[in-house]
Design a protein around this ligand. Structure first.
Ligand SMILES: NC(=O)c1ccc[n+]([C@@H]2O[C@H](COP(=O)([O-])OP(=O)(O)OC[C@H]3O[C@@H](n4cnc5c(N)ncnc54)[C@H](O)[C@@H]3O)[C@@H](O)[C@H]2O)c1
Length: 267
């Protein structure tokens, strides 16, 4: 146990994949979850596997795991949606102790072939969305003089990626955001860290496979460069790292990049 009983965690992109696994891991500790994700009407078929968000299902699973949950449907790109979720969540639970900036999309395309709309969607969801969540959560954390922010970047935030220039650019930018937020907020007891997973077995890969007309396994094999003999890691592996980094066991970790890449970046 990491001591999160009664603590409150705001998670963007909570309905699926890593966000969902992180929500359930905190719930098992007895934490309160503010779950933010696209509602059904807001799903984007081009970037989504089509199954849309399942916030209500997450809520009952969080409660069954021992936590409490308030769900908010919205788009991380829209300030009013994020503000409503932060204010509503803070009102429901009294504090926000951890922000997991996790909502994101991924899509292939050579840089010179991307449309302006595709570029904007990638940067707005992966980068502006993270900034907006911080914009509204940081004042809450400053007022309580404590907090941890974990930005979900990628190995793509530490290297170049073929046909993923817009994705990599958005993920590198999260490193700058992480380091700057760490500097701005250290005096208020707030730590800020970026995490950099290798490929993770989530619905994101289903969406990529759909775009390419192939299978998620083929997508994983294509990008396999892990040193350890695994095609990808599981969302629960990411959750293990997030809980450790958000806990007091990592109390001197801030401004840093935490790599969980199965050795990929070693090559
Ligand atoms: N899957 C991977 O291989 C991998 C590897 C490294 C990093 N990441 C990053 O991890 C994060 C989580 O990805 P995942 O693998 O769980 O993918 P996922 O597609 O399973 O989950 C992403 C979640 O974000 C939500 N979301 C997307 N756009 C949104 C918006 N505009 N507003 C609110 N919510 C939105 C989706 O509805 C979904 O629930 C992303 O930032 C991704 O870039 C993924």
């Amino acid at each position: 146990m990491y001591g999160f009983k009664g603590k409150t965690i705001f998670i963007s992109g909570a309905a699926k994949g890593q966000g969902r696994a992180v929500a359930l891991a905190f719930a098992k500790e007895g934490a309160n979850i503010i779950a933010f994700d696209l509602g059904e009407k807001l799903c984007y078929p081009r970037y989504n596997d089509g199954s849309c968000a399942h916030l209500e299902a997450l809520k009952s699973d969080v409660v069954a795991a021992g936590g409490q949950c308030a769900v908010f449907a919205g788009d991380v790109r829209r300030a009013e949606d994020v503000q409503r979720a932060v204010e509503g969540g803070a009102a429901a639970f009294g504090t926000i102790d951890v922000l997991f900036n996790n909502a994101g999309i991924c899509a292939y395309g050579y840089s010179h072939e991307l449309t302006e709309a595709e570029w904007d969607a990638m940067i707005d969801i992966n980068l502006k969305g993270a900034w907006l969540c911080g914009k509204y959560v940081i004042p809450v954390m400053r007022a309580q003089k404590s907090g941890v922010i974990i930005n979900n970047s990628s190995v793509g935030g530490l290297r170049g990626m073929n046909r993923l220039s817009h994705y990599a650019a958005s993920k590198w930018a999260l490193v700058g955001l992480t380091k700057s937020w760490a500097i701005e907020n250290a005096a208020f007891g707030i730590r800020v860290i970026s995490i950099h997973p290798t490929g993770v077995n989530t619905p994101m890969n289903d969406g990529l496979a759909m775009m390419e007309g192939t299978t998620p396994k083929e997508i994983a094999e294509r990008s396999a460069g892990n040193l350890l003999p695994v095609p990808w890691i599981e969302p629960e592996d990411v959750a293990d790292s997030v809980l450790f980094l958000a806990s007091d066991k990592a109390k001197y970790v801030t401004g840093s990049q935490y790599v969980l890449d199965a050795g990929l970046l070693t090559r």
